[in-house]
Write a protein that binds this ligand. Structure first.
Ligand code: PHB
Length: 415
C-alpha cells in the first residue's frame, strides 16, 4: 500500500490530522488498534479551548459540538466552603471553552473521514517502522488486532499477515503506550516524567447538572471536580490513592466522599443519581524531546501527557496537528521543509507551557497527604490570592482558555 502520510493511531490527533490533510488534498491512511465502537465510547475528558472549538467549526466538523456541547464562560474554584468564580469571558476579552467529550469529537471526525472516502483501518496494529531517514519511510502493520488488557499486550487473529505502507511521512499519533516513540533513537530522545502521588476516581452519573460551570475544589480530604457531559449525564471526579481499586468504592461511599469535599455554607447541593460507570485516572506529566526524527513525527499523547487538572490533553494534540499540517502543506506545495524541521521546537514551546499550567493546577488543588500542613496552608493562600487578585485570575483564565498559538518559526519572510 502507498500513501502520502501514514498515521499510526486514530484518536483525536490522528483523526484530526487525516481530516485536515484531506481538506488540503493530501492523502493519508490511519491505522487504529481498537474497533470503531471502542474508540467512540471510550470515556475521556472533554474541555475544548476556544481555538480548538473554532478549528473544528472552520473545518466543517463543529456542527454537533455546537448543538450538544456546552459553552462555559468561567469556572468555580471552591475552598474553605466557599466558591469563587473565575470569569474567563471578562478576563480574556470574551474567550470561552466548550465542554464536549473527546470521544464525541472523534466520532465527528470519523463521520467526516468516512463520508469523504477516507482510509481508516480499525483493529490494525503497527508492528514496526522502517527507513525513517529516507524519503520513503514504511509502516509495517497487521490487521485483526485486539488489545488484551489483562495481559497488557496485543493478540492477532490467525488469518492475518504483516502488511506494509510506504509513505512520504509517518506520524505517530498512537498515544502514550504506542510503539512509535521508541523509533526515535535512545541517544537523541530525552523523556521527562513526573508521577503524582494520587489518581482521580471518575464516575458518570445519570441526571441533570448541579452547577452551570465546572467546580474545582480543594478540601482537607482532597480534590474534587464537578463536570458535565450533557444535560442528562454528569461527570464527577475525586482524588484517590493512585493504587486504589474501583471495587473499593460502592456508590454510597462515593457520594459521601463527594458531598463532604464539595460542601458549602450557602445551601448549594450536589445532585446524586445513578452511577453507571466508574474508572481510575492516572496522574502523570510526561514530555518526549524531540518530537520528530527523520520522517517520523509524534503528535498528541505519543509525545506528551499532562495531568487532567488543566484540561489540556486533547487541546495539545490539536495544536501539534495544526503545526504539522502547516509543515506538510508547505512541503507538498513548495518542496520546502523549513516548517517540518522546526516542528518539534515549535510544538514543545506550547507543550512546556501547558505542562507548567497543568502541573501548577494539580499542585495547587490536591492534598499531598504525606506532606505537612505548611504545604496545604500555602495552597489555600494561593487560592485565596487567586480569588482576590485580577492579575492572578487573569493568568489562570488565559491559560485555561488557551494561550495564543505560537508564531511559527522557520518561515522565510517574503517568499
Ligand atoms: C471532564 O469533564 O472529564 C474534565 C473536565 C475538566 C478537567 C478534567 C476533566 O480539568
Amino acid at each position: 500500500m502507498r500513501t502520502q502520510v501514514g498515521i499510526v493511531g486514530g484518536g483525536p490527533a490522528g483523526a484530526l490530522l487525516s481530516h485536515l490533510l484531506h481538506l488540503q488534498g493530501i492523502e493519508s491512511v490511519v491505522l487504529e488498534l481498537r474497533n470503531r465502537e471502542e474508540v467512540e465510547t471510550a470515556v475521556r475528558a472533554g474541555v475544548l479551548e476556544d481555538a480548538t472549538a473554532e478549528l473544528l467549526r472552520e473545518t466543517g466538523v463543529g456542527k454537533r459540538m455546537d448543538q450538544k456541547g456546552a459553552v462555559h464562560e468561567g469556572i468555580e474554584l471552591r475552598f474553605g466552603g466557599h466558591g469563587h468564580r473565575i470569569d474567563f469571558a471578562d478576563l480574556t476579552g470574551g474567550r470561552k471553552i466548550v465542554v464536549y467529550g473527546q470521544q464525541e469529537v472523534v466520532k465527528d471526525l470519523y463521520a467526516a473521514r468516512l463520508s469523504a472516502g477516507g482510509k481508516l483501518i480499525y483493529e490494525a496494529a503497527a508492528t514496526g517502522l522502517q527507513d525513517l531517514d529516507t524519503p520513503q519511510p514504511k509502516i509495517r502493520f497487521r490487521r485483526g488486532a485486539k488489545l488484551d488488557l489483562d495481559a497488557g499486550d496485543i493478540r492477532f487473529r490467525d488469518d492475518t499477515n504483516e502488511e506494509e505502507i510506504t509513505c512520504d511521512f509517518v506520524v505517530g499519533a498512537d498515544g502514550f503506550f504506542g510503539p512509535c516513540r521508541s523509533f526515535i533513537p535512545d541517544e537523541v530522545r530525552k523523556e521527562h516524567v513526573r508521577t503524582y502521588p494520587f489518581g482521580w476516581f471518575g464516575i458518570l452519573v445519570e441526571g441533570s447538572p448541579s452547577t452551570e460551570e465546572l467546580i474545582y475544589t480543594l478540601h482537607e480530604r482532597g480534590f474534587a471536580l464537578v463536570s458535565t457531559r450533557s444535560p442528562e449525564v454528569q461527570r464527577l471526579y475525586f482524588q484517590c490513592d493512585p493504587n486504589d481499586k474501583v471495587d473499593n468504592w460502592p456508590d454510597e461511599r462515593i457520594w459521601e466522599e463527594m458531598q463532604t469535599r464539595l460542601a458549602t455554607d450557602d445551601g448549594w447541593t450536589l445532585k446524586e443519581g445513578r452511577i453507571f460507570q466508574k474508572d481510575l485516572v492516572q496522574m502523570r506529566s510526561f514530555i518526549c524531546e524531540p518530537m520528530q526524527h527523520g520522517r517520523l513525527f509524534l503528535a498528541g499523547d505519543a509525545a506528551h501527557i499532562v495531568p487532567p487538572t488543566g484540561a489540556k490533553g486533547m487541546n495539545l494534540a490539536v495544536s501539534d496537528v495544526r503545526v504539522l499540517v502547516r509543515g506538510l502543506i508547505e512541503f507538498y506545495s513548495s518542496g520546502r521543509t523549513n516548517l517540518l524541521e522546526s516542528y518539534s521546537e515549535t510544538c514543545l514551546r506550547r507543550v512546556w507551557k501547558a505542562s507548567r499550567f497543568s502541573w501548577w493546577m494539580t499542585s495547587m488543588l490536591h492534598r499531598f497527604h504525606d506532606e505537612d500542613d505548611f504545604r496545604y496552608r500555602l495552597q489555600l493562600a494561593e487560592l485565596d490570592y487567586l480569588a482576590s487578585s485580577r492579575a492572578a485570575s487573569t493568568s489562570l483564565a488565559e491559560n485555561y482558555v488557551g494561550l495564543p498559538m505560537e508564531v511559527i518559526t522557520g518561515v522565510p519572510a517574503n517568499d
